[in-house]
Design a protein around this ligand. Structure first.
Ligand code: OAD
Length: 291
């Protein structure tokens, strides 16, 4: 075991309040792609461009096909050992712990993470909500696939991607069938008002749930000993602000990422563990979760 892991273990054993801040890298070894870099494409569209209210307004059929594909991918993936290590941490009674995840894939919940300690700040692929301003219909834990007949076929593409990955050791850039033109009538509709339904995720430019942000603020205000920064590029606010707040209060940081810039580790308060979060987290958290 390297020196910094031994030092980290010593510090970890003294921690009473811990936060994990997670991003797409946590789910990579479950087979799900990240947003940025070469994996962040769907049929030649940049995934970040599709995760916007504008994209949905202009072409809801296109955006629904993208989300149908993501729902199928997530449903056919399994939580990995990184999710499971955090879930175990959430069950410990002697540690105050929360996970803040930017992931919408539902894998943390499926790893048996304590739900009261899990904040899915960007929503969930398995929540649907009505687009009408006057209707507040929401459907939680909707795992149906496909949601409508017109949204069929995204699964074939996922299987193709999987096969290709085995053959070429390449990650997802699924540029297979052209995007279908789908009439709005053939997309998921609200059972109350018949308006269009949309995925219950937070898109770029939209506000996060104030109630969730307040609960996170309350936790972080009471000084945190350690923040685990897992598989996130830290480019999106407010997630990226939590690290500075923890450091400011005297807490330490441990980064788990396949790509860590050396310059970000100059500070003594930061450990950097380079590699797959699914492999590293169980090793790093062993002193607490294996006891
Ligand atoms: P990104 O795609 O921006 O970053 C993923 C991070 O995971 C990168 O830093 C990778 O180096 C790292 N990574 C890749 N594979 C890894 C592995 N096996 N183990 C550990 N780390 C790995 O994804 P996020 O940071 O989650 O928001 O992106 C933040 C938000 O921006 C997303 O929630 C989404 C996106 O656009 C919205 O949709 C609102």
């Amino acid at each position: 075991m390297n020196k910094s892991m031994i030092e980290f273990h010593e510090y970890l054993k003294s921690c009473k309040r811990i936060v994990a801040l997670c991003g797409a890298g946590l789910s990579v070894s479950s087979g799900l792609p990240t947003f940025r870099g070469s994996q962040g494409l769907w049929k030649n569209f940049n995934m970040i461009d599709l995760a916007t209210p504008d994209a949905f307004y202009i072409d809801p059929g296109l955006v629904w096909q993208f989300y149908s594909w993501r729902r199928y991918q997530a449903l056919h993936s399994q939580p990995n050992n990184g999710h499971k290590a955090l879930a175990k941490l959430s069950k410990l009674e002697n540690i105050d712990f929360i996970t803040i995840t930017q992931n919408v894939d539902g894998l943390s919940i499926r790893s048996n993470h304590d739900k009261s300690k899990l904040y899915e700040i960007h929503g969930s692929l398995f929540e649907l909500k009505c687009t009408s301003f006057t209707c507040n219909y929401k459907d939680h834990n909707n795992f149906k696939h496909p949601l409508t007949n017109a949204l069929k076929e995204t699964e074939e593409e996922f299987e193709n991607v999987r096969k290709r990955r085995f053959q070429e050791d390449q990650l997802n850039s699924p540029q297979f069938n052209p995007v279908k033109e789908i009439n709005e009538d053939e997309l998921p509709r609200c059972p109350i008002c018949n308006d269009l339904l949309r995925p219950g995720v937070v898109w770029f430019g939209e506000s996060l749930s104030l109630s969730i942000l307040n609960q996170i603020d309350n936790f972080i205000e009471q000084s945190v000993d350690l923040i685990l920064v897992v598989g996130t590029s830290g480019t999106v606010y407010p997630a990226n602000s939590y690290v500075d707040r923890v450091i400011h209060q005297g807490g330490k940081v441990a980064i788990f990422n396949t790509d860590i810039e050396e310059s970000s580790l100059k500070d003594n308060e930061i450990w950097g563990f380079k590699g797959d979060a699914a492999e590293l987290l169980p090793i790093a958290l062993k002193p607490l979760i294996d006891e």
